[in-house]
Design a protein around this ligand. Structure first.
Ligand code: SAM
Ligand code: SF4
Length: 328
């Protein structure tokens, strides 16, 4: 379906939980988080219902996210049910990798071909500083397992933070010489109450600066646009097996080509990651609303998808919901 700004919306990011086994400094506070009670989280049956309706509005691709999607019970069973919806062309997942070693085979068997893994550092001690948990080896074992099972591509998401991990930008890029990974550098975005503007502003590095630093390694050639790349600007270092990509959500936003909708774990449909405009699908779903009225709600949300996030680099934050609730 086409929105009011002539964009075809065919991609739904589904946050299956707001819970997580890490506490990344840019996403959640270490303590005092109030997770949504289970009764408020959509059941898998409710999610499937919404996905089936969204399909008739043109959704063809689903990404599971969270929170950490692999911590939700019976996630593989859910993916199998999603696979049975004929119109869905692809299901992918963004994970922190902690449980990936155990799940990679099951995901492959469900037909998943590509995967995004978040990993912001190549150093064990720093992993703890960033995630406040000691799972460095487990994540790398998960990445190795995914590689050996033939996930292709394996995208490694790196949130670049000045003074935290920016001294590893070049090392991450070097990794692509020998490994077929698509390393994607993401600009830090201001989310949530505790990690408001000040914190992120001090750590912000634009994708332009990141690319400049990578140029020190040699020639960096643009890779043509493909649907696989999503919003990333993609490059390959001369002679590299993998790629580097850049997601400049703030400095170089991709709103004009954004094809996404988001469903939060509590059943709120969002047209934009940064806008708190939401459509409540859970209430009608749980109070006997019929499919026609749900369809109309989905349709209206698509049509009214904001033209752009409109966020200047460091204006006051526009989005109150934390990232783990929305689904990154
Ligand atoms: N738990 C999974 C993970 O970490 O991959 C999936 C959910 S996480 C919210 C999705 C993505 O959002 C991750 O790549 C994470 O690094 C990114 N993210 C979270 N908070 C962010 C922030 N403040 N700025 C930029 N990216 C962020
Ligand atoms: Fe968890 Fe992902 Fe947020 Fe890190 S970014 S705390 S792994 S949801």
């Amino acid at each position: 379906m086409v929105d009011n700004h002539n964009r075809t919306i065919n991609y739904l990011r589904l946050s299956v939980t707001d819970r997580c086994n890490l506490r990344c400094i840019y996403c959640m506070p270490d303590e005092g988080i109030v997770f949504t009670p289970h009764s408020e989280i959509l059941t898998y049956e409710e999610m499937i219902h919404i996905v089936k309706l969204s399909v008739s509005n043109g959704i063809r691709k689903i990404r599971l996210t969270g929170g950490e999607p692999l911590v939700r019970r019976d996630i593989l069973g859910f993916i199998q049910k999603l696979q049975q919806i004929d119109e869905i062309e692809e299901i992918t997942l963004t994970t922190n990798g902690v449980l990936l070693k155990d799940f990679a085979r099951g995901l492959r068997e469900c037909g998943m071909r590509r995967i995004n893994i978040s990993m912001d550092t190549l150093r064990r001690d720093r992993f703890y500083q960033i995630t406040r948990r000691d799972f460095f080896d487990r994540v790398w074992e998960g990445i190795d397992e995914a590689e050996s099972l033939g996930f292709d591509p394996i995208k490694i998401n790196v949130v670049a933070m000045r003074g935290v991990n920016d001294d590893e930008i070049v090392d991450f890029a070097k990794l692509t010489f020998n490994k077929p990974y698509h390393v994607r550098f993401i600009e830090i975005m201001p989310f949530g109450k505790d990690n408001g503007n000040g914190w992120a502003r001090d750590r912000f590095i634009s994708v332009g600066e990141i690319l400049d630093r990578i140029r020190s390694l040699g020639e960096v050639n643009p890779v043509g646009y493909s649907l696989l790349g999503g919003p990333a600007q993609r490059y390959r270092l001369e002679g590299a097996a993998g790629e580097v990509g850049f997601i400049g959500a703030l400095s170089n936003h991709f709103c004009a080509t954004c094809n996404r909708l988001r469903l939060t774990s509590c059943g709120q449909l969002r047209g934009c990651l940064f806008s708190d405009e939401e459509t409540d699908l859970k209430t009608p779903l749980r109070t006997g609303g019929d499919d026609d009225s749900l369809l109309r709600l989905i349709e209206t949300t698509i049509r009214n998808k904001p033209k752009e996030h409109g966020m200047g680099l460091w204006e006051p934050r526009k989005c109150v919901r934390p990232m783990n609730r929305i689904g990154g």
